[in-house]
Design a protein around this ligand. Structure first.
Ligand SMILES: O=C(O)CCC(=O)C(=O)O
Ligand SMILES: [Fe+2]
Length: 319
């Protein structure tokens, strides 16, 4: 695919409902038991705090959003897109690569945004689960986001591993499609080196969702995700983005979603979730999500067993 080719747009509206029905029919009955053979334990020194650098950062206001999605948090303080380099030590990157490679056996085919993906990774990997619940990790991501964060309340939407590679010619090819995410605060950690594959660029529209035009590639930017472990933080529900199809090699990424416990609003929609999980699984999850969003911030932090992360804390770098 030529770089200027428009990428197909992910289904919205009625298309979502159709996808939800398709997902309902396709749902496999595979049980989600953890992979017991994981050796590594999460440690906070696997974060590379001293060498972390942020590039290409823009807030929601920079993108053109005059109104914040959260009435009490200004659009000038919420990060819309930012690239984090050396968030993890090389040891942490190697562990994540190993875990995510092994979890490919749990992956389902997906013919739209990605080739294959494994969802609810925190239920399968104690390491990734501990990482996501670590106060140091959450604080590091909160600083990038500009708002305090906790792991996204709904397990299926909280974490997934994406595997991109060209499929044999007779099979349905992966379609790199423009989309917005169901969740707001999303960290896309790419675990393969960009020289290991062709295509696979993470592209985004550098303005508001309303101004998106799939044919106007002048507003598209490519995120500088080069080294394994480079990560792109996005405000996923307000940023049109997509990964171009991989034409050779292999690209693997770990995508984590977070929630701001000081905000009651959440962008996720029933049909967005149902298009991934099918309708029966989405009904109880949806009710649990609405319930979780009513909890106080203090309660949400207490449930993961950490002291609350405050807005004040985000302004000062850790000593
Ligand atoms: O794999 C990636 O880098 C991101 C893919 C994506 O946008 C998604 O999974 O929602
Ligand atoms: Fe996405």
């Amino acid at each position: 695919m030529d770089h200027t080719d428009p990428l197909p747009l992910f289904e919205r509206g009625v298309g979502r409902v159709k996808l939800a029905l398709k997902s309902t029919l396709r749902k496999s009955s595979r049980s989600a038991s953890p992979t017991a053979d994981e050796q590594a334990l999460w440690r906070d020194d696997l974060l590379c705090q001293a060498n972390l650098t942020i590039s290409d950062a823009r807030t929601l206001a920079d993108l053109g959003y005059a109104l914040s999605p959260h009435p009490d948090i200004p659009a000038e303080t919420i990060t819309a897109v930012a690239c984090a380099h050396r968030l993890f030590t090389p040891e942490a990157v190697a562990i994540l690569q190993d875990i995510c490679t092994r979890l490919e056996e749990r992956a389902d085919d997906s013919d739209w945004i990605i080739s294959r993906r494994t969802r609810a990774v925190t239920t399968l990997s104690p390491f990734i689960n501990a990482m996501m619940n670590s106060r140091s990790f959450l604080l590091a991501i909160s600083r990038i986001a500009g708002v305090p964060l906790v792991p996204y309340p709904m397990l299926n939407a909280r974490s997934q591993i994406n595997y991109f590679y060209p499929k044999p010619e007779h099979e349905q090819q992966q379609l790199g499609m423009w989309h917005t995410d169901g969740t707001n605060y999303v960290l896309n950690i790419v675990l393969t080196r960009s020289s290991d594959y062709t295509g696979g660029e993470f592209v985004f529209h550098n303005s508001t969702v309303e101004s998106f035009d799939a044919l106007n590639h002048r507003t598209f930017e490519t995120a500088p995700l080069i080294e394994p472990g480079d990560a792109l933080f996005i405000y996923g529900s307000r940023l049109f983005h997509g990964v171009r199809p991989v034409s050779t090699g292999r690209r693997m990424s770990l995508v984590l979603s977070f929630h701001c416990p000081y905000a009651r609003e959440d962008s996720n929609q029933f049909w967005h979730l149902a298009s991934d999980d099918g309708i029966p699984a989405t009904i109880p999850n949806w009710l649990k999500l609405r319930w979780a969003l009513q909890r106080s911030a203090a309660r949400q932090f207490a449930r993961i067993g950490i002291a609350p992360i405050t807005f004040e804390e985000l302004r000062y770098p850790e000593s």
